[in-house]
Design a protein around this ligand. Structure first.
Ligand code: SR1
Ligand code: MG
Length: 397
């Protein structure tokens, strides 16, 4: 592919997106193309460009210099496009089956041209539509184990890991999570957004100082523990899937952080499905969580035994210590995600889309309750079986 001559950033329009792909020789100059902006996330433009005659298509993703969900009053670094492209390239080395093909990146234009995954569904939307994905838990378990092991000090030489961590320094996007996941929902902050019917529950949460102390510890862990390259925003809207295939997208929040964060966000976003339809989905979602953790634990343990370069990994009990810490962190982070998606700035369709007002409010109250329980009791849990009673209680709300 030729390198684009255009070097000055400007937001793409549908016609600019088409011209860019022709300039890159992705399509011939005389191709008849269709182009639609399909981005439904909080931050970026996403164009799907198709040549109907051949059926060939691709996606162009472009970062905007501000957060789309709020507008130009919230400026945001374009460097996140490079972070995302670099993370996808690194994932490609370890888990090629779980990431889209990247065709072209341009850091100046904050653009990534990638495989069109529209034959798959966004997992959140598929689950809301009642679909089941039997391979999703084992795929995510493997994705998490490999990406989080191969970028940790247990596999990389510590100096190499530190250099890699510099490349993935992502202060602006981390600040978003520090505020929106760990701080704002626990205080009376302007960014919060919730129905008046939740006010008493939210007041109780804001006055729960045991909870706040535990949330502070989790935020400290997120701020300071550079364990591995984490995706940083691994909710079910960042995963494409069908019955056989799973693809993880959108790692623009990637940085070297605590391993439990990705696992916890994935668990919490599965749990929003349980909350949205407790009678029908408790078994399914509990099963997904158990299967995902078991695959993670097995894959991570195998890598630890076979590929670790850290001498101490031979010491009896160290792996158990590490796995326990990852699980407990994950449950705490899942609790923060449950709370922030219920009363914070960025919500989830699983809950907001519950049409009946009473059902929606009750689901959100249950989400807050479970989030608080996860954060406060995380130290008692050593594996997924021990959180199942909490999920059952939640499903009975
Ligand atoms: C202003 S960004 C809000 C949320 O959208 C992203 O997907 C992250 O989850 C972030 O917290
Ligand atoms: Mg995203």
């Amino acid at each position: 592919m030729a390198i684009s001559k255009t070097k000055i950033y400007e937001p793409l329009t549908t016609s600019r997106a088409i011209n860019l792909l022709k300039e890159l020789d992705f399509f011939k100059k005389d191709s008849i193309l269709t182009c639609n902006e399909i981005g439904d996330g909080n931050l970026n433009l996403v164009f799907q460009v198709t040549e109907p005659q051949s059926g060939k298509s691709c996606i162009i993703k472009q970062a905007l210099p501000y957060a789309k969900v709020v507008g130009e009053s919230w400026p945001l670094t374009l460097n996140r496009a490079k972070i995302e492209a670099d993370a996808l390239k690194l994932y490609k080395e370890h888990v090629p089956q779980f990431v889209p093909e990247i065709y072209y990146t341009n850091d100046d234009l904050a653009i990534t041209v990638m495989e069109d995954l529209s034959s798959l569904k966004i997992t959140r939307k598929g689950l809301i539509a009642g679909e089941e994905y039997p391979h999703l838990p084992e795929h995510l378990g493997e994705f998490l184990a490999k990406t989080l092991f191969y970028t940790s000090d247990f596999y990389l030489e510590p100096p190499a890991k530190k250099i890699l961590a510099q490349k993935f320094s992502n202060p602006e996007l981390c600040k978003i999570s520090e505020d929106l996941v760990f701080t704002d929902p626990f205080f009376n902050s302007d960014t919060n957004d919730f129905e008046p019917e939740l006010y008493d529950d939210v007041q109780t949460l804001w006055n729960d100082f045991t909870l706040k102390l535990e949330a502070a510890k989790l935020k400290k862990c997120f701020l300071t523990e550079s364990e591995a390259l984490i995706h940083g925003d691994l909710h079910t809207g960042s995963i494409f899937t069908d019955q056989y295939t799973t693809k993880v997208i959108d790692p623009e929040f990637a940085f070297f952080g605590p391993i439990g964060f990705d696992i916890g966000q994935f668990f919490a976003n599965l749990i929003f499905q349980l909350l949205s339809n407790p009678k029908d989905k408790e078994r399914l979602i509990s099963g997904y969580i158990v299967d995902a953790w078991n695959t993670f634990e097995k894959t991570y343990s195998d890598l630890w035994r076979k590929e670790s370069r850290e001498k101490y990994t031979e010491v009896e009990g160290y792996l158990d210590f590490v796995l326990k810490k990852i699980f407990q962190d994950a449950i705490g982070f899942a609790g923060c995600e449950l709370i922030r998606r219920t009363i914070g700035l960025a919500h989830v369709e699983d809950l907001d889309g519950i049409f009946d007002n009473d059902l929606r409010i009750n689901a959100k109250k249950a989400s807050l309750q479970l989030g608080r329980a996860f954060i406060k009791t995380r130290g008692h849990h050593i594996g997924p079986e021990s959180i199942l009673p909490l999920l059952s209680e939640t499903a009975a709300y």
